[in-house]
Ligand binder design. Structure first.
Ligand code: UTP
Length: 296
């Protein structure tokens, strides 16, 4: 069995849910406190033993490359000022290589993954989407890699969601279940609550076999006129069994505004740098907000 050593981070989407912020700035660079969201994703891949990452970028995404590159001027400046803690934070990581490829047009997640086919070659690989941050003792993608090592089959990360939210996610119809592991019968893209086969939502974590690339090559556009990864995985499931694994840990949906705000507040509450100040600030803001309501 081949080891999972490479990961794809698709980051070529338009980020329309965050416009106008994402008109000139990549959605992946929006910060949770002081770290761009994509930093958390790269960190997860690194902690999971991934050695090479390819980020699929597109128009207007240069800031991502700059972020992971060395910035000699800034480093010199911080050294001169003796700001060594900050220096450590901005230096590129040495134990993972980051590569880039451009998706010519945003034709969908499936097409973005296909763009990285030559880099991946004939190996199983991981896919991590920046829309989800996973905080867990064992990093999210590592949990899937560990399952892959037992099953030698493609595997998708899922988590239970409230039934009212099925329309926002890809949903898994499961055949058989053993603990956290499900064999997939079918994936359904954003079904209405009444039509949802389960409440197991696909999170942005996958380990896939390279057989997916041939399927993506001739995948017809699906929902939203885009080439959908879920459509190709459904076809892959006809050729080889695909599994879903209920990931352990907390998942933060940073792909939409409300989720992003919630994540920011949650991370701020836990951040020792602020030691209790955030709680105090939230209390004050709520008091102010409620007294305003009464005045109205
Ligand atoms: P999303 O559906 O979240 O799209 O894509 P988006 O464009 O980033 O955001 P909205 O919905 O317009 O606000 C899921 C992931 O797939 C990538 C995105 O960058 C994101 O990580 N993606 C999507 C691509 O790389 N290329 C595409 O053509 C579409």
């Amino acid at each position: 069995m081949k080891r999972v050593k490479k990961a794809i981070i698709p980051a070529a989407g338009l980020g329309t849910r965050f416009l106008p912020a994402t008109k000139a700035m990549p959605k992946e660079m929006l910060p949770i406190i002081d770290r761009p969201t994509i930093d958390y994703i790269v960190e997860e891949a690194k902690r999971s033993g991934i050695e090479d990452i390819i980020i699929v970028t597109g128009k207007g995404k240069r800031a991502i490359e700059d972020h992971f590159d060395k910035n000699i001027e800034l480093e010199d400046n911080l050294i001169k000022k003796g700001k060594h803690a900050l220096l450590e934070k901005i230096q590129p990581s040495s134990n993972v290589e980051i590569h880039y490829i451009r998706q010519k047009e945003p034709r969908g997640l499936g097409n973005a993954v296909w763009c990285a086919r030559k880099f991946i070659g004939d190996e199983p690989f991981a896919v991590l989407l920046g829309d989800d941050i996973v905080r867990a003792e064992t990093p999210g993608i590592k949990q899937l890699i560990m399952q892959f090592e037992k099953l030698d089959s493609s595997i998708i990360g899922v988590q239970e969601i409230p039934i009212e939210e099925t329309e926002r996610y890809g949903i898994v119809e499961s055949d058989k279940k053993q603990g956290r592991l499900h064999s997939v019968k079918k994936l359904v893209e954003k079904p209405k609550m009444e039509a949802a086969p389960s409440t197991l939502a696909i999170m942005g974590r996958y380990v896939l076999t390279p057989a997916i690339f041939d399927l993506l090559e001739n995948q017809v556009p699906g929902a939203g006129g885009e080439i959908q990864l879920t459509d190709a995985i459904n076809r892959l499931n006809e050729l080889e069994q695909v599994y879903a694994y209920q990931l352990e840990g907390n998942r933060y949906d940073v792909g939409d505004k409300m989720g992003f705000l919630r994540t920011t507040v949650d991370f701020a509450l836990e951040n020792s740098e602020f030691s209790g100040q955030v709680e105090q600030m939230l209390r004050e803001l709520l008091e102010k907000y409620h007294s305003r309501e009464v005045v109205r």
